[in-house]
Design a protein around this ligand. Structure first.
Ligand code: NDP
Length: 402
């Protein structure tokens, strides 16, 4: 029987299990496990209250591959949805290989001591998953995830060739706090403070973090300043769609966020190397995470919308040059009303549920390690429309002028 084990009881895990419970026909048995069981139990109670579905809960340290394998074996999970942190990707993949379970995640592996966002560690598992007849689906969140599916849908239906791709991630939500991050603060700050990188003419171009910015008028949000950043789907898109001459990723940040981050960086609070404090080692960024609001606590106060999408230029099947914009708008308050979580968790947890649905139904299948852009985008796009993340697209009069 299909039995999905979701690991990680944060905002994203919470949304994913709520949405799975709402689709009992696809997910007949669900277990939520995390480092601290009480967090799983609280989510299970919310799932029961909102959907009438009972899910099982368990405690696991997913840094420990043997303990994770023991849990998978004990409950008989057929699929593992990893919504813990990127540090756990490889141990959970090892546990899946040991027990014969399929694997899905939303963020690529990162070593703890270096903010490096690269797929090679997980791509190296391809042959082992292939030989075991198992599927591992990488990056089934929004970005990475839906952004790759959007790109492949444009390619499949509208372009003979894509020349340039810009991914635009705007969170127009206001949580009313001086400084907070919308997903795990440690992962978020590592990402934002890393040098920017984009793909151009077959090579990576590196620029200092947050040094290139542009204004863009986002539908339902308004004009925002967005910053050029590195994001992991650029690597897999450059590999799987080598025709792309330039691929960039932009994310919006408010003045207040940048000011706080700059100060935190200047005083050393975003360092990821250990320092000695009162005789023991601590990592400043991990300490900072402990004093910042938990992202899952922001839902109640966050108002506004997210708007995330892709702008592609290229040549249509008719030979004409065109620029197409495909995006989703998600409302923080609607997301909270439905699942008790704000839109950043929602826009990640829903695609995680859909990716898992693609796998358990056999709509997407294969043996090995796959990125989202290797799969048929159409059934995933249909489910986005049906499960809370409707999308729209339009032709722009001209390519971006930056
Ligand atoms: P949170 O920090 O809110 O939740 C992570 C959860 O994982 C917590 O419950 C945490 O436990 C648990 N966890 C951490 N370490 C372990 C471990 N060793 N064993 C078991 N459980 C563990 O993060 P989010 O929910 O915001 O994000 C979850 C994932 O989604 C992250 O990998 C993030 O990078 C990714 N993400 C992807 C996006 C996309 O669009 N692709 C966007 C946003 C996030 P505890 O509560 O005890 O700390």
């Amino acid at each position: 029987m299909t039995h999905v084990l979701v690991i990680g009881a944060g905002g994203v895990g919470s949304v994913a299990v709520h949405k799975m419970a709402m689709n009992k026909g696809i997910f007949p048995k669900i277990t939520l496990a995390s480092r601290r069981k009480f967090k799983c139990d609280a989510i299970a109670q919310s799932v029961l209250a909102r959907t009438g579905v009972t899910i099982d809960t368990a405690e696991v340290d997913a840094d420990d591959a043997a303990a994770t394998a023991a849990l998978i074996r004990r409950i008989g999970a057929s699929h593992v949805v990893n919504l813990a942190l990127p540090y756990q990707d490889l141990t959970i993949m090892d546990a899946c290989l040991e027990t014969g379970a399929h694997y899905l995640d939303t963020a690529n592996y990162e070593p703890r001591d270096e903010a490096k966002f690269e797929y090679h560690w997980q791509w190296a598992y391809h042959d082992r998953f292939k030989d075991a007849g198992l599927m591992a689906l990488l990056g089934s969140g929004f970005d990475p995830g839906v952004t790759s599916v959007f790109t492949m849908w444009l390619k499949k239906h509208h372009f003979a060739r894509i020349d340039t791709l810009d991914i635009l991630d705007c969170n127009g939500g206001d949580h009313g706090q001086h400084f907070a991050t919308n997903f795990n603060p440690e992962i978020n700050i590592r990402e934002v403070t890393a040098p920017a990188r984009h793909w151009e003419n077959g090579a990576w171009v590196e620029t200092p973090a947050m040094s290139i910015k542009q204004k863009f008028d986002f539908e339902a949000v308004g004009e925002k300043t967005m910053y050029l950043m590195y994001h992991e789907e650029l690597e897999s898109l450059a590999k799987h769609l080598p025709e792309i001459k330039r691929a960039r990723f932009w994310m919006t940040f408010g003045e207040q966020y940048i000011t706080h981050l700059t100060v935190l960086q200047n005083v050393g609070m975003t360092r990821i190397d250990p320092v000695i404090y009162e005789g023991r080692e601590i990592v400043p960024l991990q300490f900072l995470k402990a004093v910042l609001p938990e992202p899952s606590s922001l839902g109640e106060t966050t108002k506004g919308k997210t708007n995330i999408g892709v702008i592609a230029t290229g040549v249509g099947h008719d030979g004409a040059a065109k620029t197409l914009y495909l995006y989703n708008i998600c409302d923080h308050e609607d997301a909270y009303a439905e699942t008790g979580n704000q839109a950043v968790s929602y826009t990640t947890g829903v695609p995680a549920m859909i990716g898992a649905a693609m796998m358990v139904s056999g709509t997407w299948s294969g043996a090995g390690v796959f990125n989202m852009e290797e799969m048929d985008p159409d059934p995933f796009m249909d489910m986005l429309n049906q499960h809370g993340l409707p999308w729209q697209w339009r032709e722009l009069p001209a390519p971006l002028d930056f």
